[in-house]
Design a protein around this ligand. Structure first.
Ligand code: B12
Ligand code: SF4
Ligand code: SF4
Length: 386
């Protein structure tokens, strides 16, 4: 049985080891998320999870870490920063012939890397327990695992507060970070949640291109560009397509306009640096990648997970939103002729051709007004990353 003093010292060591393993912040909380259960249930009842069926499958287990990992007493919540240098947010959003790819996805997939580091943290705790002559602890790492309600846990553990865009943010760290957890059966001392909040700011709600933030702290997943481009495999609502602009994988707008991100640190992990081919990529170049090329170039990237057809579907929407160009129409038409498209991708490519042709007659604004305001906010508020 560990004394309160030994547990406190152990918690301090865990935070130190976490830093050595590349985590920017480690916090500890208990496993009680009872107050979150009605909010999660309401979100599911509203159907905001769309076809992310895994969100509903686990029932309330997502809010009950001790049911997920029997014996678990504490959750060690960890933050890892991912903002790459030379983010070029505004450069990409301003040019509708370039693709915008969410900045979390420009480098290597974070899941395995973070899970391994969390496992190492668990192993170090086990070594320490052994050297103290104590029983070895049970622990299990989670990163973005469907069953865990990661944001409320991070909030409880003092990593940050819940922003009105529903992400966790912190005045020193902004929100450009991933979350991961180590569940453990030790009664470590818990951290205190941060009191800070968004106050009267509503910038993220106002700037969301598809109005997915339906009320403060609540995102209707079905309208979020991240869901549409990554999670949703079927046809995308025609009303939403023009609002997606050139965002072909994820979206960052609600974080781009957030004043708290002005002070966000860059990542220390070179694994998260944007790959050359994804730094200001031309839509047409990406559209021309064959399936083997897509699979080779996206090796180790989270983008690979969506597959080549969904990749083409997403780019087709952006090409439909791009300014009129004969080259674009020719590329879209030859893709149809190639016979390589599945039904869903084909329908989007036909849509893009129609959009392009309609612009031949009426050249409309290439960047819509909301996106223009986001670009301005980035250039003013995030000059380093613009
Ligand atoms: C499903 C999912 C999505 C879905 C749904 C998003 C959503 N808002 O739920 C989609 C695909 C749209 C998505 C998008 C993104 N995601 Co995502 N996603 C998840 C996942 C797997 C589950 C989230 C979840 O449980 N949603 C269900 C709802 C009910 O939970 P919630 O949003 O946390 O809601 C709570 C609060 O809003 C709160 N609440 C409700 N009312 C009120 C009122 C007040 C006053 C307060 C304080 C709180 C509050 O109660 C709710 C229940 O606890 C997590 C990983 C995980 N396992 O947790 C990653 C995760 C949340 N995603 C992440 C990221 C990075 C993104 C994107 C930024 C990716 C991108 N750039 O494209 C976008 C951001 C969109 C956005 N604004 O949320 C990170 C967030 C890191 C952070 N800093 O917070 C996570 C934690 C993954 C990770 N391991 O790092 N995501
Ligand atoms: S990620 Fe984009 S689409 Fe999703 S809530 Fe944020 S601004 Fe809206
Ligand atoms: S943009 Fe404003 S309201 Fe939205 S998360 Fe940032 S501070 Fe909060």
């Amino acid at each position: 049985m560990l004394s309160a003093d030994t547990l406190r010292q152990l918690a301090d060591k865990i935070k130190l080891w976490g830093k050595e393993l590349g985590f920017a912040h480690i916090g500890i909380c208990d496993t009680d998320l009872t107050s979150e259960e009605p909010k999660l249930q309401q979100w599911l009842d509203n159907g905001y999870h769309g076809d992310m069926h895994y969100m509903a499958n686990h029932g309330m287990m997502r809010a009950r870490p001790h049911e997920l990992q029997p014996g678990c007493l504490r959750v060690i919540s960890a933050r890892m920063d991912y903002l790459s240098p030379n983010a070029g947010f505004a450069i990409n959003l301003r040019d509708p012939n370039l693709a915008y790819i969410s900045r979390y996805a420009g480098g290597r997939d974070y899941h395995k890397m973070m899970r391994n580091r969390l496992k190492k943290l668990g192993d170090r705790i086990a070594d320490e327990m052994k050297s103290l002559g104590e029983e070895l602890p049970d622990y299990r790492p989670f990163v973005d695992s469907a069953p865990v309600l990661e944001r409320p846990l991070a909030e409880k553990a003092g990593i940050g507060w819940t922003g009105k865009h529903s992400l966790i943010l912190n005045k020193d760290a902004g929100s450009w970070f991933f979350l991961g957890e180590l569940m453990i059966n030790l009664p470590l001392p818990v951290d205190i949640p941060i009191k800070e909040g968004c106050n009267t700011c509503v910038a993220c709600i106002k700037s969301c291109p598809t109005n997915a933030i339906v009320e403060p702290y609540v995102v209707d997943g079905r309208r979020c560009i991240s869901y549409l481009t990554i999670e949703h495999q079927g046809s995308i609502d025609k009303e939403l397509r023009p609002l997606m602009g050139n965002r072909i994988y994820g979206c960052d707008d609600c974080q781009l306009v957030c004043p708290v991100n002005g002070a966000a640190p860059l990542t220390n992990e070179s694994d998260f640096h944007t790959r050359d081919e994804l730094t200001q990529p031309k839509l047409l170049d990406l559209f021309h990648w064959t399936e083997p090329e897509f699979l080779t170039r996206m090796q180790g990237s989270p983008i690979r997970r969506i597959g080549h057809q969904q990749w083409l579907r997403n780019i087709a929407i952006a090409l439909g939103n791009a300014p009129f160009s004969n080259e674009v129409i020719e590329s879209l038409t030859s893709k149809v002729a190639s016979g390589e498209l599945n039904e869903v991708a084909l329908e989007h490519v036909h849509w893009a051709i129609e959009q392009q042709k309609s612009k031949q007659i009426t050249q409309t604004d290439v960047v819509n007004r909301k996106t223009y305001r986001v670009i301005k906010a980035v250039e003013k508020g995030l000059p380093r990353d613009a």
